[in-house]
Design a protein around this ligand. Sequence first.
Ligand SMILES: [Zn+2]
Length: 132
Amino acid sequence: MPWLDDHLRCMRCGTRFPEGTGPSCPECGLVVTEESTLSEMREWSVTRRRGRWRFVWVECVLTFGVPLAVMSAVTTALVRKSTYPLDYVFAVTTWPLMALLTGLARWRGSEREYAAWLANRGRRAIGQRAGG
Ligand SMILES: [Zn+2]
């Protein structure tokens, strides 16, 4: 399962470019250069510099796990009207734990794909030019 998309995206309109796009964005006409495009690979190069545990705790557990835990606890209280303490323990631990495990898997998969992308970088340069 791929974790990172290595296609380039236009910084102005967000269009995802097919292989070998150039010299301009098919949607908005912005000239395709290294500076006018984004890709998840380049975004990952920033994310990975901040470290694995920052990624896992901030971008996975705090961003997804904790809000889902709160929603789950609220649902347990207001919709299910549960009076069993274990229901609440389950509600507040399941999502952060799932986010932690998913974050670790994402980190591992993304690092593997990023290393492969770096090794092949010259072949997929903008406009199929060598180097980059
Ligand atoms: Zn565009």
